[in-house]
Design a protein around this ligand. Structure first.
Ligand code: ATP
Ligand code: MG
Length: 338
């Protein structure tokens, strides 16, 4: 790469049920492609790993070709290939990782292994050209819920995380109890819009526990409420349950993000992960940021759920830090944040 030229990076994501590829130049997103096996998985009520792996194998070549074509970039112009190597479903990860290795090796350019969760956090960089640490990040996804302090682009301090279930996992489980289809989060949000938060549910570690969260008690309280009502034959409102759960699950995230920003004396907050696609959470975060004079950087909804633009964005961070991966890099089902 010539000095001063912005790096062109291809990002590939295949950790769960989305096969995705995107191209960025610097922080400019040139293309963003996704082929999802979610409609097929929905027939089974959740992700079947073998179906996901086969779907990635079918889709990966097409999605990468589309990403390059729509970016107007020839593969020979790429400076690096960034790819999710964990955490996720092993068979699914291996499809994207093997493809990325072959491409990077054939082109003689660096391979950059990306931690999927770092990718969720890096999505914010695509939103704001001027975004730079320090800032506080709220991470809320299907497998993670945490508040982090970004010291530099590559160094995060985890201020607190969930003690049990992740926020997205709780949304999915409660959605199932309410008879909503997979993936539960967006369906639960839609149902909540028709209800009111009138059902008393336990306030989750709201005034205690520092920046830690616990969703399992809240989830159990919802399940108990529904079972009690059904056993007694009493009428109950699914929409009110959805709305009450949504408030209880999300208000605490906003409150603790605000506290973390105050403690760390930062003026910028960011957010990432599938739950950040929730409209109620997005408007609550915006309101809180406005009231406190904080600059909030929220990725668009499509960059909150799994996508490859965020993997390319984290790839760019690692490219600048010259954090390249060996071709012996293996897929990891579990991967810590740091
Ligand atoms: N509008 C929404 N409201 C609430 N939750 C949502 C919404 N949209 C998506 N989610 C939740 O986000 C999660 C999916 O996010 P994401 O794709 O980041 O998770 P993941 O990749 O499975 O987990 P992780 O990123 O932690 O490995 C699901 O649990 C889903 O229910
Ligand atoms: Mg994810």
């Amino acid at each position: 790469m010539l000095t001063g030229k912005k790096a062109i990076i291809l990002g590939i994501e295949s950790s769960c049920d989305e096969t995705a590829a995107a191209v960025i130049r610097g922080r400019e997103l040139l293309s963003d492609e996704i082929i999802s096996s979610a409609p097929v998985q929905a027939q089974y009520g959740g992700v079947v790993p073998e179906i996901a792996s086969r779907a990635h194998t079918d889709a990966v070549d097409e999605v990468v070709c589309r990403a390059l074509a729509n970016a107007g970039v020839k593969k020979e112009e790429l400076d690096a290939v960034a790819v999710t190597y964990g955490a996720g479903l092993l068979g699914a990860l291996l499809v994207g990782l093997s493809f990325a290795k072959g491409l990077a090796y054939g082109l003689g350019i660096p391979l950059i292994g990306v931690n999927h969760i770092r990718g969720h956090l890096a999505a914010a960089y695509l939103e704001d050209e001027a975004l730079h640490p320090p800032f506080v990040s709220l991470l809320a996804s299907g497998g993670h819920t945490a508040i982090l302090y970004a010291k530099t682009e590559t160094e995060f301090e985890v201020l607190g995380s969930t003690l049990d279930d992740a926020a997205g996992e709780a949304f999915d489980k409660v959605a199932r109890v309410l008879g909503l289809p997979y993936p539960g989060g967006p369906h639960l949000e839609a149902l909540a819009r028709e209800g009111e938060p009138v059902i008393p549910l336990p306030a989750m570690l709201k005034g205690e526990g520092g920046y830690r969260f616990s969703y399992s008690g809240l989830k159990t309280a919802v399940i108990n409420y529904v079972h009690n009502k059904e056993q007694r034959g009493e009428p109950w409102s699914r929409a009110d349950v959805a709305s009450s759960f949504q408030h209880a699950a999300l208000d605490v995230l906003v409150k603790k993000t605000a506290e973390a920003a105050e403690e760390k004396r930062v003026s910028v907050i960011t957010a990432g992960g599938g739950v950040i696609a929730n409209g109620y959470l997005r408007s609550s975060l915006s309101r809180m940021a406005e009231q406190r004079g904080l600059h909030l950087v929220l990725p668009p909804k499509a960059h909150c759920t799994d996508n490859a633009a965020m993997i390319a964005a984290e790839g760019a961070v690692l490219f600048r830090a010259r954090h390249f991966s060996p071709f012996s890099l293996n897929a990891e089902a579990y991967l810590p944040l740091s």
